[in-house]
Design a protein around this ligand. Structure first.
Ligand code: NAP
Length: 271
């Protein structure tokens, strides 16, 4: 297992690669882990879960703050710094009130994206008031919702009871946001996974046993293990946490087909 320790030189090379520069490769394991994200030419979707040894991301009452160890959190902040946008579902905003910003490493701040198909955000949430990176909110067309301070609301036609991940990614791409980190929660990651729109899945496991509470990924039930995802995986030692870097089979043909058929019906600036 390769230990991840990133020197300032390597991190600066990764940030340069993210900006499109012809960066000099580094022999450090960290370069090998992060270069596919920093060097991705659009579109690229990374999903990340920080979970306990028993696969939980929070207690039943929703306490989720310290599931990941310090190095797991630094890893998450590195991932945020290397993408254009970080995306979460409304459940995560309601449970955690996250800032979705880069604080534990140097680097640019990604645009923040929330899927709130039923218009449940009320504008009091912290990310609308912290003066941070721009916020985009996806709603179902026809849902009025409350005015959201300084946010752009993008309305999409719902399909099969939800918003198609391909339409969401296409709308982000139209805004120059091609590298996307899907940060949770379980239902949001599941929708992108089941749509086969994730390139890489990072599962960071912390040596803590919670014993109950929500799982990091929840997919439709299968009967046979033969139907389980078995991604090609590399394992890294982050320090406090162990990281599984999984390559998934993605289908960006679906993104091109769906996203370019005019699913986006309205864009409104609010604030
Ligand atoms: N440890 C970690 O890595 C991590 C990271 C993030 C979150 N979490 C934890 O995860 C929990 C929240 O996860 P969750 O699964 O309950 O909620 P979630 O995935 O954050 O949000 C789910 C909701 O988002 C909306 N949504 C997501 N994708 C959609 C789509 N394609 N179309 C329409 N609506 C969509 C739906 O809202 P409607 O039902 O209103 O339509 C859905 O119910 C919290 O406990 C949080 O602490 C852990």
């Amino acid at each position: 297992m390769q230990r991840i320790q990133i020197s300032d030189t390597t991190w600066n090379r990764l940030l340069a690669l993210r900006q499109g520069d012809r960066a000099i490769a580094s022999a450090e394991a960290g370069y090998r882990l992060y270069a596919p994200i920093a060097g991705a030419r659009e579109p690229f979707v990374l999903a990340q879960v920080g979970q306990s040894l028993d696969g939980r991301v929070a207690t039943p009452s929703g306490d989720a703050r310290d599931v990941s160890g310090r190095d797991g959190l630094v890893h998450l902040h590195r991932c945020r710094a290397l993408v254009d946008a970080v995306l979460v579902g409304i459940g995560t905003v309601k449970a955690d009130n996250p800032r979705l910003s880069v604080r534990m490493v140097s680097g640019p701040q990604p645009v923040r994206v929330v899927i709130d198909s039923r218009g449940l955000l009320d504008g009091s949430e912290g990310l609308f008031h912290d003066g941070g990176a721009p916020v985009l909110v996806f709603r179902s067309a026809g849902i009025a919702g409350r005015p959201l301070p300084a946010a752009e609301v993008i309305a999409l036609k719902p399909q099969d009871g939800g918003l198609a991940p391909a339409d969401i990614l296409a709308a982000l791409q139209d805004r120059g946001l091609g590298r996307v980190l899907v940060e949770g929660g379980a239902r949001t990651i599941a929708r992108f996974l089941e749509a086969r729109l994730i390139d890489r899945l990072h599962v960071a496991i912390s040596p803590i046993i919670i014993g109950s509470g929500p799982a990091g990924i929840r997919l439709s039930p299968i009967d046979q293990l033969a139907c389980a995802h078995r991604p090609v995986t590399e394992v890294y030692d982050l320090g406090s946490d162990i990281l599984f870097d999984c390559r998934l089979e993605r289908d960006f043909g679906a993104l091109r087909a769906s996203g370019r058929q005019g699913q986006q019906v309205r864009v409104a600036n609010q604030g």
